[in-house]
Design a protein around this ligand. Sequence first.
Ligand code: ATP
Ligand code: MG
Ligand code: FE
Length: 341
Amino acid sequence: MRVLGIETSCDETGVAVYDGELGLLAHAVYSQVEIHAEYGGVVPELASRDHVRKTLPLIRQVLDEAGLAPNGIDGVAFTAGPGLIGALLVGAALGRSLAWAWGVPAVGVHHMEGHLLAPLIEDPAPDFPFVALLVSGGHTQLVDVAGIGRYRILGDSLDDAAGEAFDKTAKILGLPYPGGPELARLAERGDPLRFRFPRPMTDRPGLEFSFSGLKTFALNTLHRELPIAADPMQTRADIARAFEEAVVDTMVIKCRRALRETGHRRLILAGGVSANRRLRERMDTAIVAEGGETFYPRPTFCTDNGAMIAFAGWQRLRAGQSEPLAFRPRARWPLEELPPV
Ligand code: ATP
Ligand code: MG
Ligand code: FE
């Protein structure tokens, strides 16, 4: 079975074709980052309009690259939520209509299930069960994963999501939008010993996260240090490094805890922040030392993409799940509400 996947939940248009036997046949992502850069954040209405312009041409491109005509597609998967409602509507309306015109089934995919299953596209893929750390622009969740659609949230963020914390701290440091990857780049030149930031909520039991205090800590450190800094750029790099170390350390501590509590030995990381090199290094060392195993998507499948939606959709369509012509995108949609496969 060959599935066309369409992702339009935020500011990336992603399209891919996943083949149940051959794997990924083609994929492409168009990022709107330049459109939103001058506003310092995603402008929902501009996002929807650009998806309208880009989605169909991207579908044509991906079908061409896969060497497929529309009759080579057996099912269509589109992101149905959570995300920006106008942006979701574009991909959902287009995906549902194409499926109807082509006479194939369609399925609405949960965006975070897409992220969560992305490591399964890679080789070697993790077996179930595992613990998933989902760290993206809007989410920070530890999930006990028994199988596809069998998710139990172990811990969540009480305030800023991990990616949001990276982006806001980057802004404080004067880095261009979107700041997460920029901050990570700057941190590589930073001295890890100059500043020490707190590890929020690690001094008590539990798997909850809270990252908003770190952003304030960065701001206060910057205000205190900049006036007396001999090398302001180095001070910024040192703050970036201290921030990154604190976030990474906190995640390592919580993931170790989650593995102990569930008794699982496999850990997967997914979502934009899982592209972070320092996070991967530190997590690998810590988890392997305890006899565990880590899995990640390739960096381009950490951030939003169509491949993860095509893959998650294929998993559900091949299990016979699909939906009627009336589709219902959802801005909010708890992961635990998904049906098992
Ligand atoms: P969600 O998936 O929760 O709806 P989203 O789709 O906007 O949110 P993703 O595309 O998964 O999020 O990830 C984007 C986030 O990842 C941004 O906040 C970005 O700064 C962050 N990010 C990307 N690369 C890195 C990196 N190398 N280090 C830290 N953060 C990163
Ligand atoms: Mg994005
Ligand atoms: Fe995402």
